[in-house]
Design a protein. Structure first.
Lengths: 179, 111
């Protein structure tokens, strides 16, 4: 099963996604993994990471640090994965790994996530909504935003459930929480 | 008329082509607004004219949501954002159906 959780910054999407993953884990036979993609830039980055660690403490996640090459993740049939989050993973691929080819990025990111979701019990991906500020950005940021949009569209196409979280409130735009 | 809104890169065009193949699709209407402003035209008046002159039964208008960020310092940018928002409200009011596309998924918000 593949779930996509979309929301703006600080919308409560992470907390919602964590609870969703835990619920899915209760009905599965495998392990519960949290794939952390964030590269800790600066003090505020470390602070946000610490906040997320605190938030999921005691929730039973095994953390996997994976900042690039998401395809390197393997799982077993009953496992439940939460990947947090796409905006960091893409930034790492584009700006640390300097990968700027659109099709290569889709192959490196979307394909392995879909494959993983077909093998394990469920994969839930958290992604960002950064598309409605109407600004024109410089080349790199422009491509980044375009790619994040494309990845979201591609994942949503193949996902069983797509949910938009606003102020902590989940609205399913594809599937449902009980699906 | 069908009005389709949503953030940038959400797959609005694909969605419109797939769901309204028999219609005339006007995409990136926010760009038209930008051009109208550069020509000294009033985007609200232009939008009203468009609605008078087009065959509305077969028209789909696509426009980006652009109001979700910090208010820009630049006056033109600020007016642009304002105009896109106001014109979107006008189109949505006149539309038989309003759809917001998120990650390629259309959610009807008015029908």
């Amino acid at each position: 099963m593949l779930n996509l959780v979309i929301g703006q910054s600080a919308s409560g999407k992470s907390e919602y996604a964590e609870n969703l993953a835990r619920k899915l884990y209760e009905n599965s036979a495998g392990r519960l993994y949290y794939v952390a993609t964030m590269n800790p830039y600066g003090e505020d980055g470390l602070r946000r990471i610490e906040r997320h660690r605190r938030m999921r403490r005691g929730k039973g996640f095994e953390t996997i640090e994976r900042q690039t090459d998401i395809g390197g993740i393997t799982g077993e049939r009953g496992d439940v994965f939460l990947i947090e989050c796409m905006s960091n993973l893409l930034a790492n691929e584009m700006f640390d790994n300097h990968e700027k080819e659109e099709d290569v990025l889709l192959r490196k990111i979307v394909v392995p996530i879909v494959k993983l979701s077909e093998k394990v019990s469920s994969v839930t991906v958290v992604t960002n909504d950064v598309f409605a500020d109407g600004r024109e950005y410089a080349t790199d940021t422009k491509l980044y935003r375009k790619m994040l949009g494309r990845i979201n569209v591609e994942l949503a196409k193949l996902a069983d459930n797509v949910v938009e979280v606003t102020a902590g409130v989940p609205v399913y735009i594809k599937g449902s929480e009980d699906a | 008329m069908v009005f389709i809104t949503g953030g940038a890169y959400q797959g609005k065009r694909e969605f419109a082509k797939k769901n309204f193949p028999e219609c005339k699709i006007m995409e990136n209407y926010q760009r038209s607004i930008n051009e109208q402003m550069r020509c000294g035209l009033d985007p609200i008046e232009e939008a009203e004219l468009l609605l008078e002159n087009e065959e509305l039964d077969r028209l789909v208008i696509l426009c980006n949501e652009v109001g979700g960020g910090i208010v820009p310092l630049d006056t033109f940018e600020r007016d642009y954002r304002e105009n896109v928002g106001r014109v979107s409200c006008l189109f949505a009011e006149k539309a038989d159906r309003v759809i917001r596309v998120v990650a390629g998924i259309g959610v009807t918000i008015k029908e």
